[in-house]
Design a protein around this ligand. Structure first.
Ligand code: CP
Ligand code: NVA
Length: 312
């Protein structure tokens, strides 16, 4: 595919990206990582500006966008919700129109998926979802890049997400897996099972790619996994539900015993981070031989740089 085909595109979630387009972004991600290792300096964002809107906190996503854009000569501007009128004293539509006149692209992290959709619709520039309550698409691309580094070809591999099956990370993994032929098994308590409508929506993509998407409460479904992935039990904005979450998810902690139940000595452990060590994952697992979480965190930057290079 021609890179120019993607100019002007937004990344709201992976639903409207074809497998070929996602694979192109992955190739570009590996190539920008290699080039940074070789200390190649490029100025591909010289004269460009990026608005970075954050309603929620962030370490990795903010630093990935900011350093990736700045390294290429661009000027990123960080704006938290206490700095600007995003839906406070001005409609999101109006803010989007104004930002679209001043910036080459916009990143948004916050609560409602609708906000990032409005920004994309009204601004006229590429908009990137840096996490909402519903999706975390840039994370999922870094996760697949990490799988490719370990396993090479990812189609036919099995990724097992253990935890809150309705959260932004689980839902994004389901979408990207369905497009790329990765078998995605979500193991979660029935109360936190992934919504039926998302599973119905991805079914045709999974049928086309050969991906098997499964949601189950049964921990023995971890057998045969190539990667076991978990995330925090309490996502940002859900703090009031902490006690109920701990009660529901304690049986789903990723332990060395659970990793052994994969029956796969080469199975790796993944986590989007930040982690609550001792809660969703034990210290020996996240600090152990199988853990790839630091590569995964670094790959946020390379994948985000690739997304911006392809679309700006
Ligand atoms: N994984 C991730 O999105 O990390 P941050 O919340 O630190 O951005
Ligand atoms: N599910 C987590 C992901 C953090 C990167 C949250 O939304 O808080």
């Amino acid at each position: 595919m021609k890179p120019s085909d993607l100019k002007g595109r937004s990344l709201i979630n992976w639903k409207d990206w074809s497998p070929e387009e996602i694979k192109y972004l992955l190739e570009l991600s590996h190539s920008v990582k290699k080039s940074l290792r070789l200390k190649d300096v490029h100025q591909r964002f010289l004269g460009k500006t990026l608005a970075m809107l954050f309603e929620k906190r962030s370490t990795r996503t903010r630093c990935a966008f900011e350093t990736a854009f700045g390294e290429e000569g661009g000027h990123p501007v960080f704006l938290s919700s206490s700095d600007i009128q995003l839906g406070a004293k001005e409609s999101i539509e109006d803010t989007a129109r104004v930002l679209g006149r001043m910036f080459s692209a916009i990143e948004f992290r916050g609560y409602k998926q609708e906000t990032v959709e409005i920004l994309a619709r009204e601004s006229g520039v590429p908009v990137y979802n840096g996490l909402t309550d519903k999706f975390h698409p840039t994370q999922a691309l870094a996760d697949v890049m990490t799988l490719e580094e370990v396993f090479g070809k990812v189609a036919g591999r099995t990724l097992c997400f253990v935890g809150d099956g309705r959260n932004n990370v689980a839902r994004s993994l389901i979408v990207i897996s369905s497009k790329l032929g990765i078998n995605c098994t979500v193991i979660c308590p029935p109360e936190l099972a992934t919504e039926r409508d998302l599973l119905d929506e991805v079914a045709p993509w999974a049928a086309a790619s050969g991906a098997k998407i499964t949601v189950t409460g049964d921990l023995s479904a971890v057998a045969g996994a190539d990667a076991v992935y978990t995330d925090v039990w309490v996502s940002m904005g859900e703090e009031a539900q902490r006690d109920a979450r701990v009660a529901l998810l304690t049986p789903y902690r990723v332990t060395e015993e659970l990793m052994a139940k994969t029956g796969n000595p080469d199975a790796i452990f993944l986590h989007c981070l930040p982690a609550v060590k001792g809660e969703e994952v034990t210290v020996p697992v996240i600090e152990g031989q199988r853990s790839r979480v630091w590569d995964q965190a670094e790959n946020r930057k390379h994948t985000i740089k690739a997304i911006m290079l392809a679309t700006i």
